[in-house]
Ligand binder design. Structure first.
Ligand SMILES: C[S@@+](CC[C@H](N)C(=O)[O-])C[C@H]1O[C@@H](n2cnc3c(N)ncnc32)[C@H](O)[C@@H]1O
Length: 274
């Protein structure tokens, strides 16, 4: 999680956080993306939270576009937004043969997107890391249609062993504070247990090296070697999925706006969305 550890203090005001992993080690990051979530658990949870079939999806901080083709399988349209120009170009290249996908250069704080024009804003390990991301949350709300969802996927630093390595590199990072922040902002939280699977130890090590300091990467490599049985190089990694649904109408005072499911708002007994 070097994107976070290398951010200077006060970086909350920084508009674009360089991600040392994908910005500088794009090939290793591709290996990481391919290794991640081999059982499709994150995709299963995302779809349970808000199905995008036939709808318009925005992937915010899309990097070089790894997740765009997956959304494109059943979304009506997919837009990738990415502030780092070289990555935005590579994302556009990746999806050049997919007619329902496009990519724009832009950032979370000023989305190059019309008001109320998408149904899902998805962001995976990008920008929405906790306190400080309020401008992006406001923008996401602006571009969502009523009933649409913002889906934020990030690593769960409380889940071992990966979370322990993250915390070793980020002694000031407070997972509970981050979770309280999203709770206050009206998000619900689901924890997702996944497995990363690599073709071999060299692939795993190339990824650990771009995510952690040399010392922690070494420790992590040794731990995985110890737990590896045969040639199956897998690693349990926990994620958080935070979801907030944009209300379909006025929210009455005293009622939360966070779980207004548009399909059930007329019969729901919880938040009153009118
Ligand atoms: C760790 S990468 C994840 C990329 C992609 N979501 C993925 O899962 O492959 C984080 C991405 O967030 C982007 N980013 C940094 N600052 C941003 C901002 N202000 N708005 C949107 N994206 C941002 C980075 O350029 C980088 O591509």
């Amino acid at each position: 999680m070097r994107w976070f550890s290398r951010s200077p203090r006060g970086s909350r005001a920084t508009e674009v956080l360089p991600s040392p992993n994908i910005w500088y080690f794009q090939q290793a990051y591709e290996v990481e993306n391919r290794a991640q979530d081999v059982d499709g658990e994150i995709w299963r949870v995302l779809r349970e939270e808000c199905d995008w079939t036939g709808r318009d999806v925005l992937d915010l901080g899309c990097g070089d576009g790894f997740h765009l083709p997956r959304f494109a399988l059943d979304a009506r349209s997919v837009l990738g937004v990415e502030p780092h120009a070289p990555l935005a170009r590579d994302a556009a290249k990746r999806v050049q043969d997919l007619p329902n996908v496009s990519v724009r250069e832009g950032r979370a704080q000023r989305l190059p997107v019309d008001d109320a024009s998408v149904d899902v804003v998805h962001a995976r390990t990008a920008y929405f890391f906790g306190p400080g991301c309020e401008p992006g949350l406001r923008e996401a709300e602006r571009v969502l249609r009523p009933g649409g969802a913002i889906l934020i996927v990030d690593l769960d630093a409380t889940s071992e062993p990966y979370g322990g390595w993250l915390r070793a590199d980020l002694p000031h990072y407070d997972p509970a504070e981050v979770e309280r922040f999203f709770d206050r902002e009206g998000f619900r939280l689901r924890r997702v247990a996944t497995r990363w699977r690599f073709t071999d130890h060299a692939a795993l090590e190339s990824v650990l090296k771009i995510e952690f300091s040399a010392q922690v990467a070494e420790r992590a490599t040794a731990e995985v070697r110890r737990r590896t049985v045969g040639s199956d190089v897998t690693l349990p990694v926990g994620y958080r999925v935070h979801t907030r649904i944009k209300p379909t109408g006025l929210v009455l005072p005293g009622h939360s706006a966070s779980s207004g499911d548009p399909s059930s708002s007329s019969t729901s007994t919880s938040p009153r969305i009118v």
